[in-house]
Design a protein. Sequence first.
Length: 233
Amino acid sequence: MTQDELKTMVGQAALQYVVPGEIVGVGTGSTVNKFIAALAGMRDRIQGAVSSSNASTELLRAAGIPVFDCNNVGELAVYIDGADEIDGAGCMIKGGGAALTREKIVAAQARRFVCIADESKRVPVLGRFPLPVEVIPMAAERIRRQFAAGVGGTRGEATLRLKDGVPLVTDNGQHILDVRGLQIADPLAFESEVNQWPGVVTVGVFAHQRAQVCLLGTAAGVETLKFDPRNGS
């Protein structure tokens, strides 16, 4: 089974977590695009969606699904999004698609985070995938030095993400550092520390807003992982 087929499978499986009559939180990325395609088939049974990126908003509207501003809705029943990595406690690295800040905002507004991913995203310790960090441009070099000096017992090499040879600009008008070489043994403490660094908009560790459920696409079908809400490390 190809990776594309695995993504389609978990995108369709996520429909079971969509609450009829409510507004669903929708993430960003290639796996979420499969979910949006599946969600189009039940657009008449939901009020609409809150989106975490301009790209997802365009796809949702093209599918005939109304998109609401976060500020105009209350608590969401569920947020459905992918991950670049997920560990055994439901903590994730996200931001490969540069939408991490809005993803974290929408995740914080939802009662439940359902992660959809293929089995290659499951890891014992976060850090194999370069950690995205959205930063205010004037702080990028200082934050790069802070990662090199070490945080939470691990050091990383941060590089500015480029697009077409120039710094990528996020939907929020900021830049992304990708940090390689990390071993994030305590995601909750790591996220809390990096969040305090001046100039950091969002760090791509999702431990405070971790997944409660992960639908993992495997060659044998969709594996459902559920995480103990008391275990945040």
